[in-house]
Each structure stands twice: as C-alpha cells, then as structure tokens.
Design a protein around this ligand. Structure first.
Ligand code: G6P
Length: 608
C-alpha cells in the first residue's frame, strides 16, 4: 500500500504534489508527508493523519518548493505517528526518501548499519533504505543505488531527492507500481497513473528494479544492473473525471447508488441478443476458445475473491465446467498444480493487489494465459494479463468495494453465459438469460428505493457487537461478502457460515443478544435455510431475512425482512448484496464510523 507522488516542473509544486497525493489516499491514510528542494535546501513536513491536515500545515507555513516528493502511508513497520511518517532521511539528512512496499530483511540490515554506528530514530523499514543508500553515498547517487539496492529483499517503490542533486527526482521500482508521467517541461511520478492523468497522458511504467532519474525536461532510465535503457511510452486512455461525492454523505453511499449504471456499463457491448450469447470485444489477441476450456482457475483477494467464489457456482451450474477459486496470497505459496485446458481468471478491482499480481506471474511462468478482470485502466494487472476485461464501473473511492463487486459479478455472469452457450445452453435459453440480465439495473434501483426502510432496520441493530450471516449454495459466498462489508465499515464482529455449518460450532455463540442475517432468496435451499433460522430462533436470537418479494413463509418466524426482486438464482447474489451493502452502510453511519476510510484498511493492498 502507500501512495507516492512526485513532481518537477513549472506548476506550483506544493499544490500540485498534494493534489496528486490526494488521488492516492485510497492507498493508505495513516500519515502523510512531503519533502522537496528549495534552491539547495531540503525542506519537509510530515505528520500523522490525513492529507488535508498536512495541507493545512504546509499552507500555514507557506512552504515553497522547486520540486517535491510526497507520501500517504498505510503503516506496515511502526505505528502511525509523526516520526514514522515518510519521508525518511539518511544519516547526513541530505537524502529524503518515500517508500511503498516492505523490506523483508529490514532487521538484519538495521543491525549491520547499527554496528557501523548509524543511529535510527523511527520504527520503519523505510529508514533502513534511506540510511543504507546514505551509507554507500560518496557523491554519486546512482553508484550508491547500485550497491544498496541488491541488498534489499522484498517488493518496493521508492522516490527520493538529495540536497546535492538539485532539480532531480530519483525513482526505483521493484515489483511495486511506480509510473512516470511525461509532460511538456514537467515530469510526474506516481503509484497510480490516475493521479497525474489530468496533466499528462504519456506514461512510462517502471518495473523489475528499474531506476529513473527525472528532471523537468529529461528522463533517464536504467535497468536493475544500472545500465541505461530506452523504455516505451504508453498513451493513457482512462477517464480522468475527478470523483466527487455529489450530494451524498460518503463516497461509499454514492458508489452503492451508482450500481444501476455500473451494471449497465458492465453489460454494454457484451451481449449478442440475437444469438443469446455473451461477447468480449475487448480481447485483442487471444481467442476465448470455449471448446477447449476444461476448467477454470480464479485467483483474487478480499471482495474480489468473493466475486470469484460466487461465479464458481454460476459457471458450474450453467456451463458444467469445474471451477477452482483461490485466495491469491495462499495460492502463490502452494506449488499449485494447474492442469492443461485451464482458463485462468485474475480478479482485482484495482489491478494492483500484490498477492494477485504475484499469483498471475506464477501462472504465466507455467505457460498459462491469464484473463484479468479489472476496474482500473493502466493498472499493473491490465498490463500483465494476456487479456483484460474492464468493469467500466468508474472510479471506486470508498475503501470497501461496492459497485466494483456487483460489476464483477455481472461480468462473471456474462462469462458463465458465454461458456454455457458453448456447452449445453440453447440459443433460446441464452436469449431469455440476456433478457433477465437486462432487468438487473432496474431491479437494483428498486432495492435502492427501499433505502429508508433498510436504514430503519439497520438503526435497530446498530448497537450489536456481533452479527452472523448464513446462506447456502451461492448465497454462502454472498453471505461472506455481506459479513465482510459490515465488519469493514462498522467494526462489528460479523461472520458468515454456510447454513449447514451452524450446528458444527457457531451455534455455541448464538444468544439473545445475537442477530442472524439469513440470505434466503435461493429456492432450491429455502427449506433448509428455514430450518437453520428455526435453530437460531430457538436460542433466542433475532433474525433478519433477505427474501424474494412476496415471500410470506417467513413472516411469522423472523423479526425483520428485506425484499429483493425475484430473478434467476445466479443473479440473486447481486441483488442480495445491494440490500446488505445499504444495511452495513446505515449501521456504520449510526455508529459514527469512518465509512469511506475505515481504520487500518486501504483500498489497494500493494504489499504482500
Ligand atoms: C483491499 C480492499 C478491498 C478489496 C481487496 C482486493 O482489501 O480494501 O475492498 O476487495 O483489497 O482488492 P482488489 O483491488 O484486488 O480487488
């Protein structure tokens, strides 16, 4: 995690850098800092808290800089504090450095440097990098890097400045994103191209240990052996409208309400109504040879992993193709066996999750092609996957994923349709399926229209400290996602179980102070989930059931019901999710939680 932004050029440097940094705040917001050169003087300001607080201080101090680097932090080594905030410095105080990533051998290096008499003032691994480079520095920064970088273990991106090298930004990236934005007489550096996309569309991504020396008018790039290389420039084709909250209290709420449009965007140009089949026109090279696909492997983390899990049910049900879904951080350390005929799909909203990217590299190294499912154009996944399907959900700012998740589900349902039509699904059945898909945006809207009722129910349960979610079949992963949403933004201990597992342990936790949220809108397992509700009610807990409209069978048995439009089973998780996103949102609001930026979390997890 952590966001890096750097700038040199003719604009007002401090303002430009802080504006860029704000677009990276989704990557972490424990502390923020800026360092820059004014003439030959190194100036800096850093403190715990969000970028707005830093900005106020910098403005009140009237800081003026000729070029600068800045950082927004998600703490890995050392608690969030002023002292641990970036930038960090070498022993001379002339080198300032900001860092995204983790140095795995930080303890050993620190030990070595201490033996040489170097003192440390912070708990961060970043200070070790700064002190190490400083130790080797004898007037030539590149030479110092040549000795220092091979000693660092881990994945990282670095930006630095040095008092003795005015006019220069130095950047390093090893398996962590760092992109150069090439302007006219100005140069940008950022963890995410989106942060400078409103200034320039020309981008050079750094990778695999590359080093760049940047001035306002020149860019020199070196490979990991520090030999100068030429790198291609890419043209960004992402939308650049800066996201705003509009009239909504939070980005999260706005993004929940954007879901009808996001679903429309996900469906757009992906359906051939005449043939009753899904199409993927964005594929540039790779034909999706459906006949040869014998199994699917889906890799993802967090909410994207839940989307993959739900899709595994719909693909197996519709296309009768076996699907394995793996948490990327587990998969990559498993020595996985991937069988021939496997189509690999990596799902990542940001396209920057370090574990997902590492898993993709592992799969590619074994000779398999990877399809990326991603929301952010220009992201690392989009560059590294063989083909990418973009969600077109628009920027998602709230740390908890909402619209990207339902868009992922929509696209994955299209993939299920695509594969099913190559197997046993008839054209007529495909046409009927597309008709139901087209109803999704309006059905989502009907749930959003119930937000007052959902808020009323949420307020009733907002005081609880523990909530249980149950579902069966594909409503089980939908329950996992609902529980994740609630814990992420309200800090309530929320856990999800398959209905049938309650009696294997979780029932021991149920008491009259518990709330059970039962995801019942799945006809084949309705009777079974109804029995689970009875088991929980017998122990005195309250029950909120998410039901199809018109569901009368539970009326007398549960405290509350929320209704979703009746649709085909594989589409129900989308509608159930929207209702439970609102439920989580209103509980968090009632508890006064920091909804868009929950404590300890970040939107993009670029550390392993
Ligand atoms: C973080 C975010 C989650 C997200 C997960 C995976 O934990 O807070 O919302 O689901 O990363 O992110 P990705 O961008 O790979 O989908």
């Amino acid at each position: 995690m952590c966001g890096i932004f750097g700038y040199t050029g003719k604009r007002v440097v401090v303002e430009t850098v802080l504006q860029g940094l704000k677009r990276l705040e989704y990557r972490g917001y424990d502390s923020a800092g800026i360092a820059g050169l004014h003439g030959d003087q190194l100036l800096f300001c850093k403190q715990v808290g969000k970028i707005d607080t830093l900005q106020e201080r910098v403005q009140s101090e009237g800081m003026v800089l000729d070029l600068a680097i800045a950082h927004t932090r998600w703490a890995t080594h050392g608690k969030p504090s002023d002292v641990n905030a970036h930038p960090h410095f070498d022993a001379s105080g002339k080198l300032a450095l900001v860092h995204n990533g983790i140095i795995e051998n930080e303890a050993e290096l620190k030990q070595e440097l201490k033996k040489k008499g170097i003192a440390f003032t912070t708990d961060t691994d970043t200070e070790v990098i700064a002190k190490l480079i400083g130790w080797f520095y004898e007037g030539d920064l590149l030479r110092a890097l040549k000795t220092a970088l091979p000693l660092l273990k881990g994945a990282f991106a670095l930006a630095m400045i040095h008092e003795e090298h005015p006019g220069k930004l130095i950047a390093v990236a090893r398996q962590s994103p760092l992109l150069i934005g090439v302007g006219k007489g100005e140069t940008f550096l950022s963890s995410d191209a989106n942060a400078f996309a409103s200034y320039t569309r020309e981008v050079i991504p750094l990778s695999e240990g590359e080093v760049a020396i940047l001035t306002a008018s020149s860019i020199q790039i070196f490979n990991a052996s520090l030999e100068m290389i030429e790198k291609e420039r890419h043209e960004l084709d992402m939308e650049i409208a800066a996201p705003t909250k509009g009239s909504f209290a939070h980005y999260t709420l706005k993004e929940i309400f954007e879901q009808p449009q996001a679903a429309r965007n996900a469906l757009l140009s992906h359906c051939d109504e005449e043939q009753g089949v899904a199409i993927f026109p964005e594929f540039r090279v790779m034909p999706l040879d459906a006949e040869f696909i014998q199994r699917l492997l889906i890799i993802a983390c967090g909410t994207s992993f839940h989307a993959g899990l739900i899709a595994s049910y719909s693909i197996e049900e519709m296309a009768r193709i076996p699907v394995t879904v793996e948490i990327a951080s587990e998969f990559r350390y498993k020595q996985p066996l991937i069988l021939p005929g496997t189509l690999v799909v990596a799902i990542s909203q940001s396209g920057e999750t370090a574990d997902t990217l590492a898993a993709v590299r592992l799969v590619k190294a074994q000779g398999f092609k990877v399809i990326g499912l991603c929301n952010v154009q220009g992201s690392t996944l989009a560059r590294e996957a063989d083909e990418t399907i973009f969600l077109k959900a628009g920027p998602e700012v709230g740390v908890c994923s909402t619209k990207a998740f339902t868009s992922q589900l929509t696209v994955l349902t299209l993939l299920s349709l695509f594969l099913a039509r190559y197997r046993e699904m008839s054209r007529e059945e495909g046409q009927r399926f597309i008709k139901e898909l087209y109803q999704l945006p309006n059905q989502i809207q009907r749930i959003l229209d119930q937000s007052d009722e959902i808020e009323r129910i949420a307020k009733k349960y907002a005081h609880l400290s523990e909530v249980f979610f149950i579902g069966r079949n594909l409503m089980y992963p939908a329950a996992l996602e609902a529980a994740l949403k609630l814990k992420e933004i309200s800090y309530i201990n929320a856990n999800a179980y398959p209905g049938g597992e309650l009696k294997h342990g979780p029932l021991a936790l149920i008491s009259p102070e518990s709330l059970l949220v039962a995801l019942t809108a799945h006809e084949p397992t309705f009777d079974k989930i109804q029995s689970n509700i009875q088991e929980v009610k017998a122990r005195g807990a309250a029950v909120l059931a998410i039901c199809y409209e018109g569901e009368k069978r539970l009326e007398a048995r549960v405290e509350d019901q929320l209704f979703i439009p009746r649709t085909r089973g594989v589409l129900t998780p989308i509608l159930t999710t929207v209702a439970l996103q609102l439920f989580a949102y209103y509980i968090a609001k009632e508890r006064g939680a920091s909804i868009d930026q929950p404590r300890n979390l970040a939107k993009s997890v670029s550390v392993e």
